[in-house]
Design a protein around this ligand. Structure first.
Ligand code: T46
Length: 140
């Protein structure tokens, strides 16, 4: 499944702590136009449940952990994010769900586009109907 990829994040650790680096078009394979993070999830809460028509993103759990389910309409994949040294690249036209957030989880997301509510596909059957070779715009 090449629309979802685990990437390593350069993390420099010294006696003072850790520093992690994200560079557009280098370790992050797109121009970063937006950064957001989610935190403060209550136990049992899940998020996501949508795909994006155009947007590609890289998810990094900078604290705590969560489980990310992805589905490109052909293959489902589950990844546990529990380290700030691992990023999960999710290209456009991939259904995603985030589950099992730890109480201290901070999930940071680097995005290839500005926020656009029209880019979301929130109905799974609509997502399946829209998947076509022409819709798969981003390649590594
Ligand atoms: C994704 C996963 C990983 C904004 O106003 N601007 C923004 O940039 C974003 C990301 C969200 N919002 C608003 C839209 C909703 O009213 O914030 C509210 C919560 O967003 P949403 O329900 O989409 O949150 P999640 O956690 O389900 O999904 C988010 C991203 O929206 C999505 O692109 O892939 O994180």
């Amino acid at each position: 499944m090449d629309r979802v990829k685990e990437l390593s994040v350069t993390t420099i650790e010294d006696g003072r702590g850790e520093l992690s680096v994200f560079e557009s078009m280098k370790s992050v394979p797109f121009e970063i136009k937006r950064v957001y993070y989610i935190k403060g999830m209550q136990a049992g809460i899940s998020r996501g449940f949508h795909a994006h028509r155009k947007l590609s993103q890289m998810l990094i759990c900078i604290q705590g952990s969560c489980r990310v389910l992805t589905d490109d309409a052909f293959t489902k994949k589950e990844v546990i994010l529990s380290s700030n040294s691992k990023g999960l690249l999710i290209k456009n036209m991939v259904w995603r769900e985030m589950h099992d957030f730890s109480q201290d989880c901070i999930l940071m997301v680097l995005a290839s586009e500005l926020y656009d509510s029209e880019d979301y596909i929130c109905d799974y059957n609509c997502f399946l109907n829209e998947v076509s070779p022409a819709s798969l715009t981003m390649s590594l």
